[in-house]
Design a protein around this ligand. Structure first.
Ligand code: AMP
Length: 282
């Protein structure tokens, strides 16, 4: 596995791979790799000849009071995991490589970014779309692998790809969870044991609503109250939002008649966690 930090060296590698007509699968991450990230790598390995994994804790997508400085950076462990999975190139640029002095062009989405996480994390998706656009320009992948864990991010990147006619196939990959249902996240490392035990209730609330949906309940307000009521009994959970949105346009439907996402964000202690389930009428 090659580790590349320099943007020009990376572009050279990509040009060589393209000259050999190798298909490229790309998995962008912020590192602190876990089985969720590795499931994306596995999917890339099964579809593309070359798999590129980027590790970049993108300063632009963190707010001033967020966890950019504390964000875990266990780089040697990431290298070992990426190697084990057969990643071809681990691209780890520095912030200066990605945003050299004078960088002044950004991608600012104006619709899907106004709801869910976007209303609480101002500027977050501007940071996400800008860095993903840049990474796509550098990597020129055939396939882009993203987790459904970050559902709004996935939908917004799909939309950016449509808006800018980018020549890449976006593959949304299922959420990897612990046996007890907790969605894997690099931020779970912040949780103390008792917080981790209660964080499981986030997915439990979503699963409860999904079960009601699978049994025939289609009313958004009923489905939302099932999940909300479940969470109310856990005082360590501070719910930021719990919402049901159409998958395609993020409008809030009264009834689930087409694919929807039931998504939440909550603080457990100081740690902000997100999770979601898809509701898909048959
Ligand atoms: P991050 O490093 O948190 O920015 O995540 C990098 C990519 O991994 C994103 O596309 C995430 O949606 C995806 N991802 C993170 N956690 C999971 C998970 N538990 N299951 C599947 N994909 C995930």
């Amino acid at each position: 596995m090659k580790i590349i930090e320099d943007v020009f060296e990376f572009q050279q590698f990509i040009n060589d791979a393209k000259a050999k007509h190798q298909s490229i699968g790309f998995v962008p991450t912020m590192g602190a790799l876990h089985d969720g990230h590795l499931s994306l790598v596995k999917q890339s390995k099964s579809m593309a000849q070359t798999t590129i994994l980027s590790v970049f804790v993108n300063p632009m997508q963190f707010g001033p009071n967020e966890d950019f400085n504390q964000y875990p950076r266990p780089f040697q462990n990431d290298v070992a995991l990426a190697k084990q999975q057969g990643v071809d190139v681990l691209f780890q640029p520095s912030p200066m490589q990605m945003y050299p002095l004078g960088h002044s062009t950004f991608i600012d989405e104006n619709n899907l970014s106004n709801v869910l996480c976007g209303q609480f994390r101002k500027g977050h998706f501007k940071g996400v779309l800008t860095v993903v656009f840049k990474l796509l320009s550098l990597t020129k992948p055939d396939y882009l692998f993203l987790g459904k864990k970050d559902a709004q991010q996935l939908r917004m990147i799909e939309h950016m790809v449509e808006d800018f006619n980018l020549d890449v196939q976006v593959i949304g990959c299922d959420i990897v969870r612990e046996k007890n249902g907790l969605a894997l996240s690099s931020r779970n490392a912040y949780l103390k044991e008792e917080q981790k035990a209660v964080a499981v209730q986030l997915s439990a609330s979503l699963f409860k609503a999904k079960k009601a949906f699978d049994l025939g309940e289609k009313s958004s307000s009923v489905l939302l109250s099932i999940a909300k009521e479940h969470l109310q009994s856990f005082s360590l959970i501070d719910l930021q939002y719990l919402e049901l949105r159409n998958w395609d346009d993020f409008q809030a439907p009264l009834q689930v008649t087409k694919k929807c996402v039931l998504a939440l964000a909550a603080f457990v202690g100081k740690t902000r966690l997100i999770d979601n389930v898809m509701l898909e009428p048959r």
